[in-house]
Design a protein around this ligand. Structure first.
Ligand code: ADP
Length: 272
């Protein structure tokens, strides 16, 4: 191909000369049956909240669930679960994930920092290395489904996850505005180039339901989730309202006690 530098590790094109990059083997004491990435085009749309809700729903459905927080520079998973413990290590230089109130295993850079307000000032290769170590050096044990909270966008770290972890599919989280701004299409196209199926599209903060009269208001504009899902043949869609009790549950570290019918349904379908 034009412009080929023969380094398939930094290229997403599926050309005929592609040399397959070996997927990493999971930690030797672990078995992970399904890996689902949660992706967004940009930050702040609720990707981490959706990851946390999907994991909590899958756990309520009786599955053994883990979250690998790959949003290394903006990790918010531990906070949503109120997890503050420092992960323990063993003599083989492996570390154990922290277990939440309902039994979800999590690993995140925030659990490894001295203060959770410390910034992570790492460059691309180091970030990629951290993801690899989360996969190979964390003793996950026996897991039915692992949700990977991906960094926003289509950069380096997302590429590492797609190439090196056995991702079964992704869920894209978006706001109504981003659906019309082609940001979502970039995420869809990246997954296509990496041969990773897009399993679902979540339009978060889609509407606000007035608690007094029940009327629906599309604060961020009309929904376009149907059109975009149809255009890219995404099999599942889900619209979630703006709900201050969700933000509150995440702030208090109690996301596991927040329940949404939509998320329960999506989690059940994704983990079938
Ligand atoms: P991202 O991971 O995409 O950066 P977060 O999940 O951290 O986004 O969410 C950003 C903020 O928006 C958080 O304070 C979260 O509690 C809040 N939030 C997410 N989804 C909703 C929602 N549906 N209703 C109200 N607040 C929400």
């Amino acid at each position: 191909m034009a412009g080929c530098n023969h380094d398939c590790s930094s290229c997403g094109e599926n050309c005929g000369e592609r040399t397959e990059i070996q997927k990493l083997k999971v930690n030797k004491h672990s078995k992970v049956r399904k890996v689902i990435g949660v992706v967004s085009g940009k930050g702040g749309v609720g990707k981490s909240s959706i990851t946390s809700m999907l994991a909590s729903a899958a756990r309520r459905q009786g599955l053994k669930v883990a979250i690998l927080d790959a949003d290394i520079t903006g990790p918010s998973i531990p906070k949503a679960f109120g997890a503050e413990e420092t992960p323990k290590g063993n003599a083989e230089n492996e570390i154990y994930p922290v277990v939440t109130k309902t039994g979800i295993e999590i690993m995140s850079t925030n659990l490894l920092l001295q203060n959770d307000t410390d910034p992570v000032l790492w460059r691309g290769p180091i970030l990629g290395g951290a993801i690899q170590q989360f996969w190979t050096d964390v003793v996950w044990g026996d897991i039915d489904v692992m949700f990977v909270d991906m960094p926003p966008g289509t950069g380096d770290v997302a590429l590492t996850v797609y190439q090196q972890l056995p991702v079964d599919g992704i869920v894209i989280v978006t706001s109504p505005q981003q659906l019309v701004e082609m940001i979502v299409e970039k995420a869809v196209n990246m997954a296509d180039m990496m041969n990773i199926p897009v399993l679902g599209l979540v339009e978060n903060m889609s509407y606000f339901k007035c608690p007094d009269c029940g009327s629906i208001h599309h604060i961020f504009g009309e929904s376009h989730v149907d059109e975009v899902a149809k255009k890219h043949s995404i099999p599942r869609i889900c619209s979630l309202p703006i709900d201050s009790s969700l933000a509150e549950a995440c702030d208090k570290g109690e996301v596991e006690s927040y329940q949404s019918e939509e998320m329960d349904k999506l989690a059940a379908e994704l983990t079938k």
